[in-house]
Ligand binder design. Sequence first.
Ligand SMILES: [Zn+2]
Length: 350
Amino acid sequence: MNKLKTTLFLFAISFSTIAQQKPQNVIFMIGDGMGLSQISTAIHFKGSPSAFEQFKHIGFVKTSSAVQKVTDSAGAATAYATGQKSFNRAISVNTDSVAIPTILEQLEAKNFATGLISICSITDATPACFYAHATDRGQHEIIAAQLPASGVDFVAGGGRQYFTSRADGMNYLDDLKKRGYQVDTTVRYDQINSSQKYAYLVHETNLPGRHEGRDDYFPKTLNTAIQYFSGKKENFFLMAEGSYIDWAGHRNDKEMMIAEQLDFDEALQIAIDFVKKDKNTLLIVTADHETGGTAVTKGATQDQLNVEFVTDQHTATMVPIFAMGPGAELFQGIYENNEVYHKLRALIDF
Ligand SMILES: [Zn+2]
């Protein structure tokens, strides 16, 4: 190699090192209500190492909304999706109740392929904040009506009733079909075609808890979505919500908490395996808030552990955030929830 070639070669190496910091794709996993104790249940009760143990870039997120110290899922998801803190119950509207653009909408406009996965209704606060705008999270029919035009390429969750059994008599499943979606009401992912759009509305209301007989729907759907996006030439943004870690906290239900956290862990491992192989995808994992004031405590005997709760509400405790892949180091430190959006914006030009 002559001198010029060597220089160019070294330049190419340093340039590719810089370029590697920018991800092409983003997988954003939100464990609703998933604080450090919830994650600790996976550490203690899984029986093998938790998927979380593979992260090296870890931080903490301050979760308060603009108005309330203790946020709800809507306030928190609005901050993540738009970069602006708002009031509790807001679905991607600002404190003046004006609709503000979401990361998913902005990436759609940049020709990204996009996806949303939830265990509860796809109109529930966390997924809704990525594709809809409403002044109150309870406006499920208003939220559902915004899904067909959103352009989201892969959607899976419950809440079918808000598309079909509506006060205005509209049928938004028909609207989805008219817009070219494959609409499926079962969890059958055979022969998924990456050139097609999919809306899997797999339950009238909310899927059951994992401890109540839900199968591996969440990890299986995440795996299907990853395969789907891998087959597309566009870059992608995928948000997947483990919805019921929060519900277990509200119910102070230890058994449900562990089952939902282990379900999330199973899905997380699928995302990690993909990110390690793909090398162009940034994986971010965090929560909207902690629920239950949950603690892993001393059990009845010396070698046992228990899970206890100090409230059946959300708390203002910071939540951990984990990142892997290009740009992951940006997510270390302690910062506000809406900063996550701005960090992503610094990494992806949208
Ligand atoms: Zn909650």
